[in-house]
Write a protein that binds this ligand. Sequence first.
Ligand SMILES: [Zn+2]
Length: 447
Amino acid sequence: MNYRLRDWGISRQRYWGCPIPIIHCEVCGTLPVPKKDLPVVLPADVSFDQPGNALEHHPTWKHTHCPQCGGAARRETDTMDTFVDSSWYFARFTAPHASTPTDPDAASAWLPVDQYIGGVEHAILHLLYSRFFTRAMQQTGHVAVAEPFKGLFTQGMVTHETYKSASGEWVSPTEVLLETTADVRSAKRLDTGAPLTIGPIEKMSKSKKNVVDPDEIVATYGADTARWFMLSDSPPERDVQWTEAGVEGASRFQQRVWRLVGEIVALSEQSKDIVIKNDDKEAMALRKIAHRAVHTIADDIEGLRFNRAVAQIYELTNALVRAAGIMAAAPDTRLDALKDGVGRLVQTIAPMMPHLAETCWAALGHKGLVADAPWPEVDPALLVDDEIIIPVQINGKRRGELNVARGTPVAEIEKQVLSLDTIVRMLEGKAPKKLVIVPDRIVNVVI
Ligand SMILES: [Zn+2]
């Protein structure tokens, strides 16, 4: 509640900040600017050609009249710390055009903020100030809540290897040629071939030159690849190590999805005469994979576990690519399930690779944007594992297993057990001494 609480001096000698609305009069003292004169607006014709506060040096801005005696007076030239603004902007954003600082109805409707995402550098001061402001604004009736944020997530930073020349200068990754000989990585300058030392992986910073220009990545691979790589590499709360190999992997995956969509379009053309049986066992297995994937991916996205969502998408893609490969050789009854699965795949990548997803969506013949399409529905029946494996023991030793539907009755299990090859062989035509069946669990045969 009060650990290390201290007063906060909010005035700064800077141009960029909200003016502190105070007037100093030699006769009347320190007075607030009358409400009718608010807000105090910063001058636009400001010059930064000398050190210190530009407002202090401005020829006219600070000269004003005393609101009480009307005599010559001086405007406060200090401005507010920008932390003042960042402490309550989320309340103002709920009614940006209101003539009052907040519209309490709008603030009540929107606040608290559901999910706050920021870097760890904000986690102490800004968030503490925001909570303090919100409590104060609740007291003054500007907002109804005491806590501004429901959820906080602090994301990691982007890191990169560092490279240093023999003379101790940092070298940018774009000027470095990396080589691997007999499992040993080495670096040299692209232009001169001079050897470089590979330094530790650190937060990208201009001083260490280990910065990769996002514009170059976008120009080479596109924005989708850059985003996909960052989301796939590690949990978002941890640092991402930017590597060329990682980006190339993301790019390859994009191409894989695009090829798969092309195959599906071609298959649909070729296979117009195929009779689709939707309850076909194989088709249902494929549907299960797709529905389960969508279910888990949604859950992972909601929980901000993007790298896990990406891993699920890779698995779904693998299953669909396999099925497409089989069908390219001989189209079968799974075609509908496959098409549905690929549509679902495109929808799950859409939040992370919107450009690719839109192109795929259009290629698959959908009308409108995938961004406007509702998230794919999941059939709960397809999430249940209805096939189970029951181990079959003979005289206490596992000798086989049964693949049955969950809840298969004892009589049916008995019939299947007694027709198993191993059992038939071992019984030699006789009846078992004892047969213990625990449905959905285990079968014990005593002979
Ligand atoms: Zn005065």
